[in-house]
Design a protein around this ligand. Sequence first.
Ligand code: NAD
Length: 478
Amino acid sequence: MNITHWIDGKQYESIPPRTRTLYSPRDGASLGTLFLADETACELAILSAQRAFETWSKVPVKERVQPLFRFKQLCEQHLDDLAESVSKESGKLPAEARAGIEKGLECVEFATSLPQLLPGQLLEVSRGVDCQSRSFPLGVCAGITPFNFPAMVPLWMFPLSIACGNTFILKPSEQVPSTPLLLAELLAEAGLPPGVFNVLQGDREIVERLLDDPRIVAAAFVGSSPVARAVQERGTLAGKRTLALGGAKNHLIVVPDATISLTAKNVVASATGCAGQRCMAASVLLAVGDCEEILAAIEAEMKLLVPGESLGAIISLAAKERIVGYLDRAEASGAQLRVDGRGITRPGNYVGPSLIDHVTPGSPWATDEIFGPVLTVLRVKTLDEALAIENASPFGNACSIYTTSGQVARYVEERASAGMIGVNIGVPVPREPFGFGGWNASRFGMGDITGTDGIRFWTKTKKTTTKWSSPAKESWMS
Ligand code: NAD
């Protein structure tokens, strides 16, 4: 099977100079050949999006959101097909794939409420003088997305962007390219005009091509921090509005008064859900004081997980080997592997759940984004010591506190250096209308990618100041 592009409302297929064979992380089955975009495909997508912008940007917002209502319904009807597409290419469990799509559909729901959110302001700023602000679309926009949420992260971007009146070119991860093509078909069935949404398959070369092209006026990116930084710099240099979300190393702080079984279940779900390949995954557990019972419960909970049944696969063999390398080196350094995820023999790229205890702050497994089902435990004496470690991380996506004390929760909430905080919640993803976005090296650029910040990102405002001369003394006025 050939996996190609979506340009101007249809599949676009021409023999490209570069291809890539895809294999399923679940079992190694061959999934087809990905066609990477060449110059002609890029040019056709940009021209189509430019043409479509001329008409789409002038459609009133109440009309623009109508295809999105139908699109959401169609996605719900085809949820199983979409989830299977996500699962076979990313290795997620089917339930995880469905949950990701459902989260993404909340962003479609948010985009459909744009007519209620977009009205500008009008104020009489001086006698007889009104100032009014109105939002306008930007033009052709691009979205560049990672492998770990093949539907959800694109859904963070394009529904809101096109509802705002822009046209869109999505460059999905070359590791999970198919689901956006299904979304494109459903958008067309929902009545979205050709050219408003396009999909270009490719890798770094295509990203750089899109970032450098002056006809694309804004770009949103989600992926690892080094690439996010490079994309933000390149896009900004090319004069684009750019927002780039990066990687993470999330800290969970557990204090002795936390509820044992709820905490253990929640921490393990955060660290191992989607096989730990989430930018919101628990990565470091900071155990304050005597948390031995909670750690034992976490260990027991992890040991219940079965790779391939209750734990998904790792995206590639290279990623699996990278994770195993961290476990090898952690063990060699003297850390204790209380749960050891190495040596899984079933076909596919699986690493079992792993719990590394007695880790020294500053070691690579305490600071690097491992992006696997691995939880590193650092033992500290005080809450301030835990916060100092969390604050020293270059990342800043999420931080959670497990406690039964409101005072402790507030202390952490105010001092953690992260954009998203969980209180007894290990994956504190803000749901619409709250925006998704971290701090520090987890985000380059201004604002969150979803919620009301998303509306600001995908629009520009115009302020008009109006003065009418004194009322005419016409006889028909009174
Ligand atoms: P990645 O950075 O390797 O790739 C992301 C996208 O960038 C892909 O489309 C890829 O084709 C492209 N790309 C790769 N290298 C590039 C380069 N040098 N120049 C330009 N483009 C390039 O990320 P990934 O491995 O696909 O995804 C996992 C990463 O994404 C993790 O670090 C994870 O934390 C992060 N992530 C962050 C969020 C968030 O909201 N902060 C959400 C999901 C994933």
